[in-house]
Design a protein around this ligand. Structure first.
Ligand code: FES
Ligand code: FES
Length: 850
């Protein structure tokens, strides 16, 4: 028997167990999150005798006779103050880390009501946040401290939620206080726990799978192999090459491959049963690099061969331009695999319904993507499956592919009981696609005035075991390789190659992150040869409205790259050694791919309900939609609500990818709201009860193969310039990030994206690694190199808003571009300091690498 006080009540626990498991599973205190179970992320923070401790590292026995407090145990006043403060500054994004942050903040403020910045950062140094970059969290804690200290009365929100206002996010409070539900917080009667047997080797022939002993294990409800898939076994976004499970007689392709899935009454039983499965393998030599996979005698990973895709983009006469150039530089660059490290590991819950249909609760980047995959796998009609999104604890591209949704669905379908499947952090690392490692050779030429005359690039991407979104990622890497400049001669070739490594796919920046690094570094070398500054060479070549981008598209009137450069001129003049880099990034799928935003507004119970499937993974999409509807209709924030993505209720608005939702679905919201506004001119909202207003926005673009001289590749582009200032020790002291955002629908949201993206970019530049050995990760969450609160520099955000386009009030997506520009700016800062090229990431010879 173990006794302790939990949230002011005495509790007794019969047998010792992990404290996190007790709090979440037995005490149902789901504000305490499980982000790693390894003592690294801090999402599970609780107060033990007033000090912040990580529950996953404790047992019930260790808190015997102590006082344990979770967020649920804070006073009403404290909950109101933290909720208000974090909402005011816009500190909440995906929210998964937030309850843990509040616990650490309370632990600090109870001891030290007026902490310094360093003390606040130190207090949250064991709490990882992948979304925010920590700065807004720090500001929120200072604000909360003041309110608690001074006994301030919290004012009502002043915002009218119009476009351009710093409206408090609609999901801020539920995420901060842990009352909002992530999938793993859910429990339903009769629920089973799923588990997956993964491949032991990256490449091996599976000769036999014996599940008999596992099936006979008490508590095990169902054990399934590839033979039990009623419909399609191969799934995927574009190329259907990813097996739901590897079959007997088939080769494994990576260490995350599923061989067997099962469900049992407890997690422990499920894990135990996995160990009872016997698999007979014939181990084969894996292909662990594109070079090995492209060798003439290499075995085929997929029947069509090992080349997933090739992108070729040519304009002008590059040979001549290089021959005529004043200066030419050719360098090789390497960009590594990168892990998304969203704080919420993948989780899905599938529940069979009485009518024979299946409801699947997911946390991905598009409920209709999940729906398509599950329906195909089950071989049923669409109405047999309903997919509902719960809160999504970060995605960044890493939750675009099916990871757990289909396995939970198949288990529930076959055994007729609800099944929840949640990945451990270690499994999450093994399973979902990463950023593509790329090897790149870039040649850049210029004339004696520094005008860039040609870019030639050769790019090889390791796309891993399955296609995922490797084809489009390579294409974006190539179409953006020449940068946001007017360059008449380009010759870009890229290849994405299958290997037996973990698949590569979508990740914030979508291939451009890698080629932007290479192209921008070459510009620093040219500037040095010319004797001009890195800022100057960029300014001389920056694309302007009416100019022609390297893909042939004419830059529109809203193009503001030069404005971002000019916004940093004073910083650069004051710090001539500052690193500088520019980037551009498409908004929307583009290149002729159908890209439709869909929104339905429903007047229900006197409130306008915004229905769209567009996923919010933390970027604040629901609030953006609400502000667009409020602006258009003139309605108050309290008269508008947002429905969670649900394939039965909300129209298909595509995947949250390609920085598209603010513009594409935002424009659909504006159109639907405009239709409602017409009716509101003659009716009260009450009179419109039950009415629906549905609109679409279909952004037309031209395919890569179009022979139009100036094809429209994408409906919009965002532009950015970052400056990076190093301190005397060579650490990053400050980043100034100027972004052409078109129009900031909610500046708090946009700044949050920029700060989070910059910190992610600093990690990519300086500290993050995801190495594999024999195709398997050799790092854990703790050794990945994620920056913590104490390592983050000052970040200044400058928003340039000059887009007068009416689409979504002129907004351009910022989700990805915020990540692109930092790493090359950091590389430029070190080049300015030591004069040496820094051609591979994370950068070598920095205080961070030593
Ligand atoms: S779940 Fe405990 S530290 Fe991550
Ligand atoms: S808001 Fe911190 S991890 Fe997403």
């Amino acid at each position: 028997m173990f006794k302790f006080t939990l949230n002011h009540n005495d509790v007794t626990v019969a047998a010792d167990k992990n404290l996190l498991e007790y709090l979440r599973e037995d005490a149902c205190l789901t504000s305490v999150k499980n982000g790693c179970d390894e003592g690294v992320c801090g999402s599970c923070s609780v107060l033990v005798d007033g000090k912040a401790r990580r529950a996953c590292m404790l047992t019930v026995a260790k808190v015997q006779d102590k006082v344990v407090t979770t967020l649920e145990g804070l006073s009403t006043r404290e909950r109101e103050v933290y909720s208000w403060a974090f909402g005011e500054v816009g500190a909440v994004q995906c929210g998964f880390c937030m309850p843990g942050m509040v616990i650490s903040a309370k632990s600090l403020l109870d001891q030290n009501p007026a902490p310094t910045s360093a003390e606040v950062r130190s207090a949250i140094r064991y709490n990882l946040c992948r979304c925010t970059g920590y700065l807004k969290i720090e500001r929120a804690i200072h604000l909360a401290a003041k309110a608690l200290r001074d006994g301030e009365t919290l004012g009502a929100e002043a915002s009218t939620a119009k476009v351009g206002e710093r409206t408090v996010r609609v999901d801020s409070e539920e995420k901060l206080l842990g009352t909002g539900e992530f999938v793993d917080d859910m429990k339903v009667p009769g629920m089973l726990y799923g588990a997956v047997l993964r491949a032991k080797y990256p490449r091996a022939l599976v000769k036999k799978i014996d599940i008999a002993t596992a099936q006979a294990c008490p508590g095990v409800a169902v054990v399934l192999t590839a033979k039990d898939i009623p419909g399609e076994r191969l799934l995927g976004h574009i190329v259907h090459d990813w097996p739901v499970m590897i079959a007997e007689g088939e080769e494994t392709r990576y260490v995350g491959d599923a061989l067997v899935i099962l469900a049992a009454t407890t997690k422990v039983t499920a894990r135990k049963a996995l160990k009872l499965i016997r698999v007979e393998y014939e181990e084969l030599t894996p292909l662990l690099s594109p070079e090995a996979a492209m060798a003439e005698d290499a075995p085929r990973i997929h029947p069509k061969g090992n080349l997933l895709s090739e992108t070729i983009m040519k304009r002008g006469d590059v040979d001549k331009a290089i021959a005529d150039a004043r200066y030419v530089v050719t360098e090789r660059y390497s960009a590594p695999r990168q892990e998304h490290a969203f704080m919420e590991p993948e989780s899905a819950l599938a529940v069979p319904m009485q009518d024979g249909a299946l409801t699947v609760y997911t946390a991905g980047q598009g409920v209709y993507d999940d729906h398509r995959g599950i329906v195909a796998m089950l071989g049923v009609s669409g109405e047999k499956v309903r997919v509902i999104s719960k809160l999504v604890g970060g995605g960044f591209g890493g939750k675009e592919d099916l990871s757990v949704q289909h396995h939970a669905a198949l288990l529930a379908w076959q055994c007729g009981r609800p099944v929840k499947l949640t990945l451990s952090r270690e499994e999450s690392f093994r399973v979902h696609p990463k950023r593509h490692p790329m090897e790149m050779e870039f040649t850049t030429a210029c004339d004696d005035q520094g005008k860039i005359t040609a870019v030639r690039a050769r790019i090889v991407a390791d796309t891993g075991a399955y296609a995922s979104l490797g084809g489009p990622v390579l294409q974006r890497a190539c179409t953006h390789a020449a940068g946001p400049y007017q360059i008449d001669n380009v010759d870009i070739e890229g290849r994405a190659v299958y290997t037996n490594n973990i698949p590569s796919g979508a990740f914030r920046g979508f291939g451009v992150t890698q080629t932007c690094f290479a192209g921008e570094c070459n510009l620093n070398l040219l500037a040095a040869k010319l004797g001009i500054s890195p800022w100057e060479i960029r300014f001389r070549n920056a694309i302007e409205p009416g100019g022609v981008l390297s893909n042939g598209q004419i830059a529109d009137a809203g193009t503001a790259l030069k404005e971002t450069l000019l916004a940093l001129k004073d910083v650069i003049d004051a710090h001539p050694d500052a690193g500088v880099a520019c980037s551009f990034k498409n908004t929307g799928l583009g290149v002729g791919v159908r890209d439709v935003g869909r929104v339905k507004l429903k007047v229900e119970n006197g409130v306008v309900v915004i229905c769209t499937s567009a996923a919010c993974m933390g970027q604040g999409l629901a609030t953006v939609m609400l502000q667009i509807v409020a602006e258009t209709t003139g309605l108050a924030k309290s008269a508008i609500s947002v429905h969670a993505p649900d394939t039965m209720v909300t129209p298909d608005s595509g995947t949250s990818t390609a920085s598209r939702q603010t513009l594409v679905t935002g424009e659909a919201a504006r159109r639907a709201a405009d239709a409602l506004k017409q009716e509101l001119a003659n009716h009260s909202l009450a009179e419109l009860e039950g009415r629906e207003f549905y609109r679409e926005y279909d952004c037309a673009t031209d395919p890569m193969t179009s022979d139009k001289p100036n094809r429209v590749s994408h409906v919009a582009y965002g532009y950015a310039t970052h400056a990076v200032i190093l301190d005397g020790d060579g650490r990053v002291k400050k980043v100034v990030a100027a972004h052409d955002v078109g129009k900031a629908i909610n500046p708090n949201n946009v700044e949050g994206q920029i700060e989070g993206g910059v910190v992610m970019g600093l990690g990519f530049a300086l500290t993050e690694k995801f190495p594999l050995r024999n195709g398997a990760p050799t790092v854990s969450l703790g050794t990945l190199g994620l920056l913590r609160s104490t390592q983050v520099p000052e970040i200044e955000c400058i928003l340039i808003e000059k887009n007068s386009a009416t689409l979504a009030y002129g907004a351009k997506g910022v989700g990805e571009i915020v990540m692109l520009t930092t790493a090359p700016a950091v590389a430029c800062a070190y080049f300015n300091r030591d004069g040496k090229p820094h051609n591979s990431l994370p950068l070598k010879d920095t205080p961070y690498s030593r």
